[in-house]
Design a protein around this ligand. Sequence first.
Ligand SMILES: Cc1cc2nc3c(=O)[nH]c(=O)nc-3n(C[C@H](O)[C@H](O)[C@H](O)COP(=O)(O)OP(=O)(O)OC[C@H]3O[C@@H](n4cnc5c(N)ncnc54)[C@H](O)[C@@H]3O)c2cc1C
Length: 465
Amino acid sequence: MGRNMANNTRRIYQLDQNLTPEQRIVTFAKCSRSAEPFDKIAKELTDEKAAKFNQRYVVAFGHLSVAEHAAFNIAMEDVSILATKIIEDNRLGSFTERSTRYQVYDKNSYYKPDSIMNSKYADVYGKAGNYLFEIYEKLYPIVCEDMKKNYPKTNDNIKTYDTMIKGKTCDVVRYILPVATLTSLGMTLNARNLIYAINKMITSPLGEMQDIGNDLKKIAEKSIPTIANMIKPIKYLAETLPELQKTVSRISFNQTDIKQEPVTLVDYDVNADDKLVTALIYRFLSQSYESIKNKVSKMSQIQKEDIIDQALKNRSAMDQPLRELEHIYYTFDILMDYGAFRDIQRHRMCSQTNQLVTCDHGYEIPDKIRELGVEKKYISAMDTSREAYEKIKKDFPQEAQYIVAFAYKKRTLFTWNLRELHHFISLRSRPAGHVSYRLIANQVYDELAKVHPLLAKYINVVKIK
Ligand SMILES: Cc1cc2nc3c(=O)[nH]c(=O)nc-3n(C[C@H](O)[C@H](O)[C@H](O)COP(=O)(O)OP(=O)(O)OC[C@H]3O[C@@H](n4cnc5c(N)ncnc54)[C@H](O)[C@@H]3O)c2cc1C
């Protein structure tokens, strides 16, 4: 019998693209209880019927997973970089934003929060923002000329020369940009995530996030009017976070911070080799995890290493390692400049807890700035950023973040699994990357290698000499 004969009822097709987002949601949702073909279900739908279904099952009953079948491509322009990071924290979304490594930013194109502009800090904020861009613009040609000298045009690089020089220059001067810099962000979210993202935005203490949330709400009300009824501030977040903050402020945490390296491995699976071997064996047996684990604990080290080796040795650079690696976790406390954070934050297969952007931890000075003797100008930009931040922070701790320059360091707590660390370390240690996150990726690798040398061996890291 031919391969297609036994399955000749199979149909695979794209849903009619003219269906409205709410009709798409209902077409797929109905297959749960109806044996009718999808296109027949879709044909019978009207806007009214779809709205009734969505109201009943998605909004009233809370069966939100079906809302994932409608997706949105949202274009955002002139949003602050601070806002993009908060938006991208919706980890089930897809994002692309303007590069700070390949684009030069316009003078004075930075976000000015209403709360600050209507306060006594308007002048401090405006002057600091203008000054940061002034220094950014002054240093650009100096660094650019130096790059041209160091990387002369040749027949081999003639086509990409200008882009390369611009990239190398931006890599140095981007440290001066404030977090308030305006940018563009393309975002693809399904309807379920869109609603959740909007609800978080309109609950945010930042006016810009509330405004973006309200703009998105208008889009949702037009495209998914029934489901948009679920848009409302999240009372739980609005009440819990300030209360927790109050409790934390009553505990005395004003001791001197323990000095740490930029990358600190704060927690990990102590028995990772055994755990991974057990997980790798698990799929081939019908026994419980516990009994396999007992057996693994009695295996020789050579046997265990052989299983790990077989699982990982044949991967090409493009292959994702087996999913069993996701059972091994690592928690890192990372102190990095905002530019590096901006890039590392984009890796979604992990848990991230962010502290506010701050000037508390000092800033980075790129070697090139020292080498060119323009350190004074650079430092004056950093001082201006910090002075404005400290003044504004007293009354506006959230909005003060906007005026912090990229060079300042911030902390984020990351819990990654071993599979994601393969991807993160290999991608972010490559020579095409910015040195600030390449260093972090290298150090994450080193910390992992110290505790799990056997597992580290299979990660494609490009070491910085
Ligand atoms: C040199 C360099 C330049 C870059 N330039 C830019 C830039 O100019 N602008 C910009 O916006 N970004 C830029 N990035 C960031 C990059 O595009 C990624 O967003 C970022 O590195 C996160 O990695 P990732 O998308 O592979 O996924 P991660 O979030 O790390 O997830 C790991 C893997 O899970 C899978 N995955 C996760 N989420 C999804 C999903 N929603 N759909 C399908 N698969 C998923 C993918 O296989 C992915 O590789 C750059 C990165 C590098 C290294």
